[in-house]
Design a protein around this ligand. Structure first.
Ligand code: GLC
Length: 544
């Protein structure tokens, strides 16, 4: 077995990172909420899956107004998830199995229950405590400006003393004032706190939002336009040039460690050119590729986004990354099973009647082989490997996403991709919680999860789980995969064909007819082959 000490320093350049949405992964103590004990009990599963690193969504103490993205204390663990000792044990055990651990840091805002915000509320208008956030008087009875919350409604909430505070997300997520040196110093200290405990890196939540125009000018225009990713200093809060100085400081912290510490940016920006500004050599290491996530199942669109990603990343010597799903978007089986669907919100999707789940699953298999064959790093959202779909029919009264609440139901929210994983058995909680658990899973699981539990898929040659395990094992064994060059090969219309170095070829058939297979030995295919590659299927070939 390879421990993390034995793998190289640039592991992150082509790591496969598994996203652990902790509350929905596995429940160790039977309260219906996933926890650290649940993760520790499944580390063997993750090692066997063949991933290199784990990214754990926020596990800090939180009132859970936004599922943990409202952090009350950045240096501790939410009691419902475990203790600091549990966290330390998890990092140690993961490292022993060769798995790196990446935490999620939330620097744009704290919880309204964070000590700083409580002090700010108590201290009153004009106090130094309020300077850590964005407090302003209103304009008469109206908020200070026209900014809207990403989750709906105004981005300002008024306190009884008349002052308003800014929150780009829920009102329980007050935005920090990053112009203050104290805020900058505090976050560098938080990074060190976890790095000192062996954590290997951070995913940075809304990395593009930290710097706000201090004059807080109106954005003007429609809500949609205001919230759309914008490039450059034209926008008062998205992707402003001032964020980069912050990340240069973070990079200095990371580089002060002997072991490799890494950052991955969650930055929804307007173009790959804007994205790579976060990845200059003295800034962050990698970033999620949301252009790829949002690309439709269309050969020209995919090829365009792949080429744009690779050429721009190359300019800053950063590896590309590839991702199909996460805890904020509709699961890709449910996107790919619809006519030319892209987008990441259920509200953007064609109606439910247009969903063909078998088609979505078939395309998701092909998409997985494409993903793992591309140069650079890859992200797997928990449940991708089981072929989970979006649960679109959750009853309204179980929905918890603040986006659902704040938009008055206009936004369906993200609960449908966050349903607890099915591990085993034929009825809920499908092994998510231990037998005889006191609490039901925090979101109800649909009955048809019975067919896709990890146990049901284990050893089944046709299952998604077997495909993922086989693909990831090959990714380790085939030296051309991971970081390195790729070259498009001539192919029939509608087919993506490329080589990775000498002797490895990936073919994805997005046309509407089977295509003849070229020569070579089949390493892995997503469907049965008989001399041809069927529609919506992919194959890996080698000439050795
Ligand atoms: C990020 C997270 C999302 C969260 C938001 C506010 O986009 O991924 O889940 O709601 O930031 O913190």
């Amino acid at each position: 077995m390879t421990t993390v000490e034995e793998t190289g320093g640039s592991w992150w350049r082509d790591a496969v990172v598994y996203q652990l949405y902790i509350r929905s992964f596995a429940d160790g103590d039977g309260d219906g909420l996933g926890d650290i004990a649940g993760i520790r009990a499944r580390l063997g599963y993750l090692r066997d899956l063949g991933v290199d690193a784990l990214w754990i969504n926020p596990w800090y103490p939180s009132p859970m107004a936004d599922a943990g993205y409202d952090v009350a204390d950045y240096r501790a663990v939410e009691p419902a998830f475990g203790t600091g000792e549990d966290a330390a044990a998890l990092v140690r055990e993961a490292h022993g199995l060769g798995l790196r651990v990446i935490l999620d840091i939330v620097p744009n805002h704290t919880s309204d229950q964070h000590a700083w915000f409580r002090a700010a509320v108590a201290a009153g208008p004009g106090s130094p405590e309020r300077a850590r956030y964005h407090f302003r008087p209103g304009v008469g009875d109206a908020p200070p400006n026209d900014w809207r919350s990403v989750f709906g409604g105004p981005a300002w909430t008024r306190l009884p003393d008349g002052d308003w505070y800014l929150h780009l997300f829920d009102s329980a997520q007050p935005a920090l004032n990053w112009n203050l040196p104290e805020v900058r110093a505090e976050f560098e200290s938080i990074l060190r706190f976890w790095f000192d405990r062996g954590v290997d890196g951070f995913r940075i939540d809304v990395a593009h939002a930290l710097d706000k125009d201090a004059d807080l000018p109106d954005v003007g225009g429609e809500e949609e336009a205001m919230l759309a990713a914008a490039g450059g200093d034209g926008h008062p809060f998205w992707d402003r040039d001032g964020v980069h100085e912050i990340y240069r400081g973070w990079r200095r912290v990371a580089d002060s460690y002997a072991e490799q510490k890494v950052f991955v940016a969650e930055a929804w920006v307007s173009s790959p050119e804007r994205l790579i500004r976060y990845l200059r050599p003295d800034e962050l290491h990698t970033a999620f590729n949301f252009d790829y996530l949002g690309a439709p199942w269309d050969p020209a669109a995919l090829r365009t986004v792949i080429d744009a990603s690779l050429s721009t990343m190359h300019a800053v010597d950063a590896p590309a990354t590839w991702v199909l799903s996460n805890h904020d978007v509709v699961r890709h089986v449910s996107r790919l099973g619809r006519p030319l669907a892209s987008g990441h919100s259920l509200n953007d999707l064609p109606p439910h009647e247009t969903l063909d789940r078998a088609l979505g699953r078939r395309r998701a298999r092909a998409a997985a082989l494409l993903l793992f064959a591309l140069p650079g790093g890859a992200y797997v959202y928990q449940g991708d490997e089981l072929g989970l779909w979006e649960v679109e029919d959750l009853p309204d009264d179980v929905r918890q996403d603040p986006a659902w609440r704040r938009s008055g139901g206009a936004e369906i929210g993200r609960d449908g991709c966050r349903v607890p994983l099915p591990w085993s058995g034929t009825e809920a909680p499908f092994g998510f919680s231990p037998d005889g658990a006191a609490g039901a899973p925090w979101l109800p699981q649909p009955a048809d999860f019975a067919g896709v539990t990890a146990q049901a898929q284990d050893g089944d040659p046709a299952s998604m789980l077997t495909l993922y395990r086989t693909a990831l094992a090959l990714r380790r064994a085939v030296p051309q995969l991971g970081d390195g060059p790729m070259e498009w090969l001539p192919a029939e219309p509608g087919v993506l064909a490329f080589s990775r170095g000498e002797g490895f070829t990936c073919l994805v058939n997005l046309s509407d007819a089977p295509i003849a297979l070229p020569g070579g030995r089949v390493l892995l295919a997503t469907e049965a082959l008989s001399g041809s590659l069927p529609v919506d299927a992919a194959v890996w070939l080698t000439d050795r």
